[in-house]
Design a protein around this ligand. Sequence first.
Ligand code: ADP
Ligand code: MG
Ligand code: MG
Length: 919
Amino acid sequence: MAKKVKASASSAKRVYFFGDGKAEGNAKMKELLGGKGANLAEMSRLGIRVPPGFTVTTEVCTYFMNTNGKYPKGLKEEAETALKKVEKIMGARFGDAQNPLLFSVRSGARVSMPGMMESVLNIGLNETTSPGLIAKAGNERFVYDAYRRLIMMYSDVVMEKAAGIEPKEGMGIRQQLESQMRKMKDAKGVKDDTELDVDDLKKLVNIFKKKVKQVLKKDFPDDPYDQLWGAISAVFQSWNGKRAVAYRRIENIPNDWGTAVNVQTMVFGNMGNDSATGVAFTRDPATGEDKFYGEFLVNAQGEDVVAGIRTPQAINAVSKTEASKHLPSLEELMPALYKQLAKIRTKLEEHYRDMQDIEFTIQDGKLFMLQTRVGKRNGTAAVRMAVDMCEQGLISKEEAILRVKPEQLDELLHPMLDPRAEKSAEKLAGGLPAGPGGAIGQIVFTADDADAWAKAGKKVVLVRDETSPEDVHGMRAAQAILTAKGGMTSHAALVARGWGKCCIVGCGALNISAAKKVLSVNGRKLHEGDWISLNGTKGIVYDGTLGLLPADPEKNVHYKKLMSWADKLRKLNIRTNADNPKDARAARNFGAEGIGLTRTEHMFFGPDRIAAMRQMILADDEAGRKKALKKLLPLQRRDFIGIFKVMDGLPVTIRTLDPPLHEFLPNDEASQKEMAEQMGVSVDTIKAKVQSLHELNPMLGHRGCRLGITYPEITAMQVQAIIEAACHVTKQGVKVLPEIMIPLVGTKAELEDQRKLAVDTAEMVINKTGARGTGHGARVKYLVGTMIEIPRAAITADQIAEVAEFFSFGTNDLTQMTFGYSRDDAGTFLPDYLSKKILPAEPFQTLDQEGVGQLVDMGIRRGRSSRPDLKVGICGEHGGDPKSIDFCHRVGMNYVSCSPFRVPIARLAAARAAIENKK
Ligand code: ADP
Ligand code: MG
Ligand code: MG
């Protein structure tokens, strides 16, 4: 698989032109042109007006990285040719004193990494070109506004970040320049940037230049080509910037993809009141509704909308929020332009057949599109859009299913604040509902604190004025994110939406002092560590902790429809792991089609049972054990009756006792004493027993079927309880299908031993207590099978299948034993293995298909070679992992079994597996 290292991208084309209704690239070329470049090319081809420009490929980025900042030979010439083409279309020239052309230099990787990399606007403005632009635009203020922006962005991105300078907190050049600007506004007594006039901005340009020189010891470059190539290099370098690297790690994006660079003619949203800039989604990314949703600012440049400096206005009535409802919408302000934009919305959706996230700029009454990409959405919205688009004829059912990532369903299954508690709770403030669901946590004010507190096991809400890409690790760690500033397209909102995290933004009532770790809100003061509750679906912040309710996806009609399509397409059945009626009920409500694993040992830990269990363990002989087991029998029977009733009509797999007995005895002195008193024996007796049960390696010790073989009465009691319960409910008209599962089998003889015991016991019970005949109260049917969790069992599966009526792959143990990692001890080295990429993924979460998977595949094939109708499932943690589910589909399992809350995820993942493997 080793890829050939490209030493020089010599023969390849490295610069792709777009504009004027044409383009050399297209939307399919994301790997080479990045998402932004590919889609700019595509829009241009579609006849949508985009400012012309050219894209420098990701291969150049790779070359640049590998050569420590060099460019392949001939690149500059290629770029120059494309640049000339742009100049010709625009009838202006880069660096020209009379008729200057300006460029933006924009990053753009294969997949969007919102705000992680850099872009520089207004490249080409200098002492020579600014008079020309003033004459051309007839607007002096605008030119100086653009000029001061260029200096700020350029010094920050190119002269500081790309130069590897790491200023002290708050002392970055951008902040220093911003504070100069604030000073000027304060001196004038104004609030908005737009209130600074030409003379102010002129002065500011000079102040900025001086400050740059003073802080960075270098002049801001006046030469347009120096500016251009400085910016291009900086964008390439930003691929390896700290935040970009951190983001890629979280999102699992390979480091060697690289970014493309887009050099694009500037259009100006800051030319006056007929100019504007905005961002929009072709459908509502929070709810999924088929409504055009967006925000814009008059007389502004793009960065202003996302930065949350001014309150953005809504593009139309449905986009209005609490904060923007008093401001006119784009539709009201510039109706003709809104109509054009709405037309483009339709065109893009029909072309891409998916929700688009778009950027636009209006320059002097003329509309330009600056970006389109598939929009991020939360789970609820993803489901709704997929179903709507299918019903609107845009996509097929299969595509609809592939549009929703299984993990996204998690959000629909997310808890919500208890609405009754909400009614009486103290409302602290309201904001924009940027990420749905409810969350409760303690306030922290910095991303680092969020991270540290979460690591210490605390639940935190990260509260910030606004978030920036530097905060992602803390945002990840927090239960929820709350910001004072920013709109629905702010950084916090975008990131939270991508992750499906509860988030409220633009909560203007918050007055946050991160330095003092305190916030005031409507006359109240809250400190670090204080608890708050968030309703991210409505955008409300409450004081204290409210109750959290489990989610109820069954009320969501779109979800139900999507899942019904998924259920028709999938081949795998979905079962659940459940040890009690409550979990079984929850799983059944989520669509489980049976129980794949009931762990009986959990039933022995209850306060009413542990005594009898211990009595059995302490007993010296079989008679003593039988006496204790007699006490456990009715309790177990009752448990099974409860589960069978809930699972009426569906199979229930019950595993006989699995863990080593010492797990049922106390380890510490005090508890041993207590136990001795309760049982009327001496502490020494207990200590001796604990001692005798002590194992050096319990994972490989006296457990699983080994227990049942040395103590047959345990298996007998459990089977008796299972079958008696089955007979009991059968008489009540409940349909039961018990499957008795013997754990940790490694040889056929082991299973034969336990199977005989189980069958003898079951037949005895059925003959004694079971109903006969057919229909209501029919004779109980049952199966005896085994877990395949020891490598030897997988290898000799053909022999084992001669006595097993079903297999269930216990991939937790199978992974432990195949790798030779004890799962409980792997925490000491697994993190290193993952960070050093010695393992591609956590093998206890995602099945190791190359290794463990081969055993599974072999086990199934060998098993079915001797028993063709062998029923096969999986009951390890992997049964709820979408990638592993895809594997289970491919190797021909009958079902996967997972925890109740993952059942819907597994249903969808199974459908996706069926669709994707058909392709
Ligand atoms: P990001 O990937 O972080 O969104 P972009 O490359 O999209 O960065 O640039 C950020 C903003 O700069 C855009 O939202 C847009 O408003 C503005 N911008 C970029 N290029 C131009 C251009 N050629 N003309 C006008 N504005 C631009
Ligand atoms: Mg953008
Ligand atoms: Mg096991």
